[in-house]
Design a binder for this molecule. Structure first.
Ligand SMILES: [Zn+2]
Length: 189
């Protein structure tokens, strides 16, 4: 990854689902005209890179609500793990940056950063990142509740439904796909 795209890398690292990653890139003006015009194209691409890592043995992940405090301590140094094995989450975000560049989805001039400006930039965008994080926390928490309710009701089907847009499983009864952000039809029980 070109070091000057570390801002994009950080935003991708902060997003817990392709939907949230897309929202972060969009909000910070990192998407090109092409990227802005093709929301699902961006989401599918991010998902495809994620899936390829899972196919290679990486553990699948389910977006979960969490605190925003971790965001403040993000690894704003590109070489945060000198000599160490790159964490999978870092690797995923790096591969996603590559893929977005290759697909022409990034407004590269708008999100290019000098290495010594990264820390200040992150502090600057943190309120926006936190707002999107909090918004998605509500979605993730609501989905977890739907999942728990379905489990608690004896005799009710708990097998997941499939999102018709991105193909990811969503809990039965959910009205929203946590992965791509699509509103789902009323539950069929
Ligand atoms: Zn979906």
């Amino acid at each position: 990854m070109a070091d000057e795209l570390i801002g994009v890398w950080l935003l991708l690292l902060a997003g817990r689902s392709p939907d949230e990653q897309h929202a972060l890139l969009q909000s910070l003006g990192c998407l090109s005209r092409r990227g802005r015009a093709d929301r699902m194209g961006v989401i599918r691409l991010l998902d495809r890179i994620y899936q390829s890592l899972v196919d290679q043995g990486a553990p699948p992940r389910m977006p979960e609500a969490g605190t925003s405090s971790a965001l403040a301590n993000f690894p704003t140094e590109a070489s945060a793990v000198p000599g160490g094995r790159e964490p999978l989450t870092h690797q995923l975000a790096r591969l996603q940056v590559h893929a977005l560049v290759n697909a022409g989805y990034l407004e590269q001039d708008a999100c290019r950063l000098e290495p010594d400006a990264v820390r200040a930039w992150w502090a600057d965008v943190l309120p926006k990142v936190t707002a999107i994080h909090d918004q998605h926390n509500q979605i993730f928490a609501a989905l977890a509740e739907v999942r728990a309710q379905a489990k608690a009701k004896a005799g009710q089907r708990t097998d997941p439904i499939t999102c018709p847009l991105c193909g990811r499983p969503a809990p039965r009864g959910a009205t929203y796909c946590v992965w791509c952000g699509r509103w789902l039809a009323a539950p069929r029980i």
